[in-house]
Design a protein around this ligand. Sequence first.
Ligand SMILES: [Zn+2]
Ligand SMILES: [Zn+2]
Length: 183
Amino acid sequence: MAPTDVRLIVLTHGHWDHIGRVAEMKKLTGAPLAMHYSERDRIEKPLKVMPPGATMWGKVFGAFLNAAVVPSVHLEAATVDVEIGDQGMSLQTYGINGKVIHTPGHSPGSLTILLASGDALVGDVAMNLFPLRFGPGLPIFAEDVSLLKGSIEHLLSLGATTIHPAHGAAFSAAVLKKAVARL
Ligand SMILES: [Zn+2]
Ligand SMILES: [Zn+2]
């Protein structure tokens, strides 16, 4: 597959660790950039947004990142070409049997790509990578935990079976189901 085969770039959300190279990706692929409307400032200005900790470890690790990592991060601005609304968007026109779903909570405009196979590319709606987490589960950072809970329940009700987090390996949706029940 060549870079120019890419027909759409979807930003799951606008946190600093997810957007820094998207301007370069746009140049390489020539593909339009899609993002939820509520976060377009984060890439177009761009803004370095660090979400608050949702757990004690999230607060500690977030403070470390804010002090030691975030100041040296360079973000290049890029223009959003396809603005995604709260109702999401089908990916059929891009040749993908799936849809983009608005799953706010980790950030206000977090998006999940849910394929007909049940595979869910969730961005940071879930995490599974040390030192964020020791195993699969909820994100340790969230801008709104109650919205996050509703989004995960929504995602599970739509038939997500395998969760593909941005940080770490894929895992069963059953893990998230248990975790969200404890929230
Ligand atoms: Zn994030
Ligand atoms: Zn992240």
